[in-house]
Design a protein around this ligand. Sequence first.
Ligand SMILES: [Zn+2]
Length: 296
Amino acid sequence: MELMKFDTDRDYIVRGTAAGETVRAFAVRTTDTTAVARERHHTFPVITAALGRMLSAGAMMGAMMKGEKDKLTLLMKGDGPAGQITVTADSHGNVKGFVDNPSVTVPDKYPGKMDVGAAVGRGTLTVIMDLGLREPYNGQVEIQTGEIGDDLAYYFTVSEQTPSAVGVGVMVDTDSSVKHSGGFIIQMMPDAAEETIAAVESKISASEPVTTMMEKGMSPEDILQHFLGDLGLVINEKKPVRFHCDCSKERVAGALSTIQKSDLEEIIADGEEIEVKCHFCNTAYNFSIDELRDML
Ligand SMILES: [Zn+2]
């Protein structure tokens, strides 16, 4: 199989297997994706970190889906000041997301370590996979720490019965820009041997955070090699990842036309054009009074 060449300065995802396909693994660089999210939503550092971690997880979980039109939604609904974090991804590396409250500050866990868990709080993590079946798959677990990686590992283990290690991280620079964003997911298939599981567990428990590895210049392939090199890692696929929203004025109009008729009449009576923003990418669409009348 011919692998495409990728510029390591761009976001991409790799998928691999190890130990005779009894382990499957994903790693992703989302530095640009998270930077776009920060720019679109004007997120404060701890929210940049929370949203970036969710975007990394979304990109990797999107890559687990096989169908052309499959769609993944992650909802992290905690009682912390961030509110709900929503991320959606497809199977082609397109991911997008937003957070209820982008302008949040919480005290650091310790100097230099942002407390994402405190920003998220406790509540539920919901995973929805629309795989083109009659009913979308829907799994829900309680948020364990709000650090996102832990919560997703718990979700995979409890809800999908797939023991998994999830590491997602964002390093925010002193000027609040995104220095590194990325992550990995390593999953044990049902036929994984005990010694394979033990070998992966000891690697993971001794490992540095993913952003530290990225700071050292490690690529997604290097990260998987670090964990699974001894177990015969095979990289099967590489594909680009990007923050991408497929919204349009027509789609936003569709959402607008579902509001109460009386509310729409009221807006028209006010006589001023309105601006409606896409939640996911913050793009503003303007609707004139004539356009609103057409909707009625
Ligand atoms: Zn949009």
